[in-house]
Design a protein around this ligand. Structure first.
Ligand code: GAF
Length: 380
């Protein structure tokens, strides 16, 4: 699948290295319709891929070194060359840590070849739209492709998780990379993280006069520094105390230490909301998912406590202006919210959100309508 993004990344590669790349691979960001902080609890998620992607143009090198260059606003930014064999967790900082982590994990799988990688993309960074996972997935596919190794999507997802958890230091689950790898155009991906079972659920909001409006608060979030690890540890502790494999196995928070109860309540209710949403989508009852989105937000705000004032203002303003439901998405502590909006009042909802931000003294958010796009793959 050729695109402007893959062509311009290939051109940037040719300018920098004087030859054409051996190939260009790309991977999308995602919106998670519902099912937040359920993935590492063995639960259910329902993401779809967005059209914004990360492209990696790549060619093999003989010397085992990996070079990284990133095209940002037309300017090329390079990172110090990586000798992957001598790298360790935490050894690379900033954006280069993501491709470095992937190369480090793949080396443990026997993929040791060097490569020149040129990266470009349009997934907004730090916006809860999975820019880092799209970079990791595209890098993994590029390095595997150069090595001529065919791997299953579930293996690639696990390797990317290992890169995030063990190299970058973010204890994330499987949601984002699985979405990036497995989502398909015009569908949301219903994933049971425990079993790995997937269902492509047709998702065409426009057909029912609706839009999924993404509201990027522009409050940048970091899964390394935020309270993400603490929430995850709380859930693991609850499962341990109750003698089950994961919070997925619990049907009540009763009896747990007081501070763990809201965490468990969120996961139990959120899993139920995912199942209900899938049921409604299968029956084309799109408008009825609105209240589930809003309930998800309330649960993430009040029980899981991963929202922030900008996300709350975005969700509230959208609802007041007529959105059928709205919620924060992703890890939280910043990033984006989504609102399910009747197409004819989209502009009103957008205006209301911008006004609410201005009244609060926040900088303007960034908004766009998200339509389910294709998953990761080789472009050229
Ligand atoms: C982040 C993580 F990377 C995911 O694994 C998931 O836990 C999500 O936060 C919350 O649902 O995006």
């Amino acid at each position: 699948m050729k695109s402007t993004g893959s062509n311009s990344t290939a051109k940037a590669f040719a300018r920098l290295h004087g030859v054409a790349p051996a190939g260009v691979w790309s991977a999308p960001g995602r919106v998670n319709l519902i099912g937040e902080h359920t993935d590492y609890n063995d639960g259910f998620v329902l993401p779809f891929a967005i059209p914004q992607r990360t492209w990696v143009a790549a060619a093999p090198r003989e010397d085992g070194v990996i070079t990284l260059a990133s095209v940002v606003d037309g300017e090329v930014v390079t990172a110090p060359p990586l000798r992957v064999g001598s790298l360790g967790p935490g050894g690379v900082q900033g954006w280069a840590a993501y491709p470095a982590g992937v190369a480090w994990v793949l080396r443990q799988q026997g993929i040791t070849g060097g490569a020149d990688l040129v990266i470009a993309g349009d997934v907004p960074h730090g916006s809860g739209l999975s820019s880092s996972h799209s970079l990791e997935v595209a890098t993994a596919l590029a390095l595997l492709g150069l090595a001529g190794v065919e791997a299953s999507k579930s293996d690639v997802a696990q390797w990317v998780q290992q890169a995030e958890n063990d190299f970058v230091g973010a204890p994330t689950g499987l949601l984002d990379q699985t979405a990036s790898l497995c989502c398909t155009e015009a569908h949301a991906l219903f994933l049971d993280v425990r079993s790995g079972k997937q269902e492509q659920v047709p998702f065409d909001a426009a057909r029912y006069g609706l839009e999924v409006l993404v509201i990027d608060t522009r409050v940048s979030h970091s899964l390394v520094e935020s309270g993400y690890a603490e929430r995850r540890a709380g859930c693991e502790e609850a499962a341990r105390l109750r003698g089950v494999a994961a919070v997925r196995d619990l049907d009540t928070e009763a009896g747990l230490p007081e501070e763990l109860q809201p965490l468990v309540r969120h996961v139990i209710t959120e899993n139920a909301r995912v199942l209900k949403t899938v049921e409604l989508l299968r029956e084309n009852r799109y408008a009825e998912i609105g209240p589930l989105l809003s309930a998800s937000h309330a649960s993430l705000r009040d029980d899981y406590r991963v929202s922030c004032v900008e996300l709350d203002v975005a969700a509230e303003a959208a609802e007041k202006a007529g959105a059928l439901g709205a919620r924060m998405i992703g890890g939280g502590f910043g990033g984006s919210a989504i609102a399910l909006v009747p197409a004819e009042i989209r502009a009103d909802v957008e205006r209301a959100v911008f006004e609410a931000f201005a009244v609060q003294g926040f900088g303007p958010p960034r908004t766009f309508t998200a339509v389910p796009a294709a998953g990761a793959g080789r472009d050229v």
